[in-house]
Design a protein around this ligand. Structure first.
Ligand code: MN
Length: 253
């Protein structure tokens, strides 16, 4: 088999250690192209840039820094920078988990979503940020997961994109667990401060993060020391509501 071709991005920026470790691990079996944001874009979700130009800078052979968002990187990467259609889009390794409700805010997952929307199998990797982080082991596990996904691509439903979360102290032989998306418990905060001119400004987002203890979910698996692998889908229609609304006669008016 010829070497697979993998487009790599992230949301922590092109210089992030997680990206570099991932690239090195994937390069052991694949040809890689990195297109990643030139600056930190975490929690940027699936935004794309439509009202200002995007710039690409070559940082090294096969490594492009993009002035835009993670989704911009994958967009420009797949539609412009690749030399052929890749077998995979891989995002990460994010510095911090993307479990449960985090997925809706995540730029890491959004990069994989963009690859998925462009009909390329896509995988996102995120690791618990609590130091010390076993990044090299995480990258080796990520490479193994990517090889598994590539080997089973034909059998996997096309609508699945894969979200992987790794414990901070992951080892190469840490077992994998299939999981469902769980439920976060954020400690939401708004802190008000004053700028030097006396005007109020705000910081949002609390420091502590919890998750609901629902068996079989992503957060539970990672905190029990496993590699959590969750297949996600993007079609968002709420079928139960559709049924109820139909029953209530909404579309007969
Ligand atoms: Mn990030």
């Amino acid at each position: 088999m010829t070497r697979p071709y993998i487009l790599i991005s992230n949301d922590d920026g092109v210089d992030a250690p997680g990206l570099l470790a991932l690239r090195d691990a994937l390069a052991t079996f694949a040809d890689t192209l990195v297109v990643a944001p030139e600056s930190q874009q975490s929690a940027g979700s699936h935004a794309i840039t439509l009202h200002k130009p995007l710039r690409l800078k070559e940082r090294a052979p096969g490594v492009l820094a993009c002035s835009g968002t993670p989704a911009d990187c994958v967009y420009v990467g797949l539609q412009h920078a690749v030399t052929r259609k890749p077998e995979l889009v891989v995002s990460g390794i994010n510095d911090g988990l993307n479990i449960a409700d985090d997925i809706t805010y995540s730029g890491t997952v959004a990069a994989a979503m963009e690859g998925h929307l462009m009909d390329v199998r896509s995988v996102a990797f995120s690791q618990d940020h609590r130091r010390p982080v076993a990044l090299e082991a995480a990258a080796k596990v990520a490479a193994k997961v990517c090889q598994w996904v590539l080997a089973h691509h034909e059998a996997l439903p096309p609508e699945a994109l894969i979200n992987v979360n790794l414990p901070a102290d992951v080892r190469e032989d840490t077992p994998w667990r299939l999981t469902r998306q769980g439920i976060r418990e954020y400690h939401r905060q708004v802190r008000e401060h004053r700028d030097p001119r006396g005007r109020p400004y705000y910081w949002i987002g609390g420091a502590q993060l919890g998750y609901r203890e629902v068996p079989g979910t992503d957060g539970v698996a990672v905190h029990a020391g496993f590699v959590s692998i969750t297949p996600l889908q993007l079609r968002m229609t709420c079928d139960p509501a559709l049924d109820v609304m139909k029953r209530l006669g909404l579309d007969e008016a």
